[in-house]
Design a protein around this ligand. Sequence first.
Ligand code: AMP
Length: 282
Amino acid sequence: MKIVREIEAMREITSQARLEGVRIALVPTMGYLHEGHVALLRRGRELGGLLVMTSFVNPTQFGPSEDFADYPRDVEGDMRKAEQAGVDVVFMPEGEALYPEGFQTFVEVSRLQKHLCGLSRPGHFVGVATVVLKLFNIVGPHTAVFGEKDYQQLAVIRRMVSDLHLDIAVVSHPIVREADGLAMSSRNSYLTTKERGAALSLYLALRRGMELFENGERDAAVVMEAMKEILLREPTVAVEYVKVCNRETLDAIDNLNDGALLAVAAGIGRTRLIDNVVVRKG
Ligand code: AMP
């Protein structure tokens, strides 16, 4: 496994692979890998002859009062996990290389970014779309794998790829969960034992929503209320949103249909967690 820090060196590897007709798969991450990331890497391994993982904590997607400086890092552990998952190249650029002095061009996926997490994290999805387009341009993948854990991010990237005619197949991977159901996240490492217990309520709320749907409930207001009730049982959980949306536009919907998205975000102590599920008949 090669570790590459320079943009030019990264380009050379993938240009050569393209010349040789090798299919390039990309898995972008912010590092601090867990089983969710590893599942994406395994999927990437199946999709490409050359598997590139990027590890970059992107400053432009963090708000001024967010956890950019404290974001967990473990380069050694990441390299071990990446190698085990079959990664060929890890691209770890410096912040100054991606955002040199004078940088001023950003990508805005205007409507999708306004929903869900966009409300409390203005500018977040501009940072995400911008860095992902940069990584696409540097690596030049045929296919890229993203997790459904960050559902809105996935929607934003799919839209960007379509709107800007990028010749990249976006593949999504289902959410990987802990044994009890908590969605894996690098940020789970911030949780104290007590908070870890309370964090499960996000999943329990989604489960409640799914259960109501399965029992025939179609009124989004009723479902959201029942989900909120579960979150409110935990005094340490500060609910940010509980939403029922169209899974493509992310617009709020009044009636649940097959394929509707249930999405939740909450703060627990200093940790902000998100989770979601797409409801399906049967
Ligand atoms: P991050 O390092 O948090 O930026 O995540 C990198 C990629 O891994 C993104 O596409 C995430 O959606 C995905 N990811 C993170 N956690 C999970 C999870 N629990 N299950 C599936 N994918 C995940």
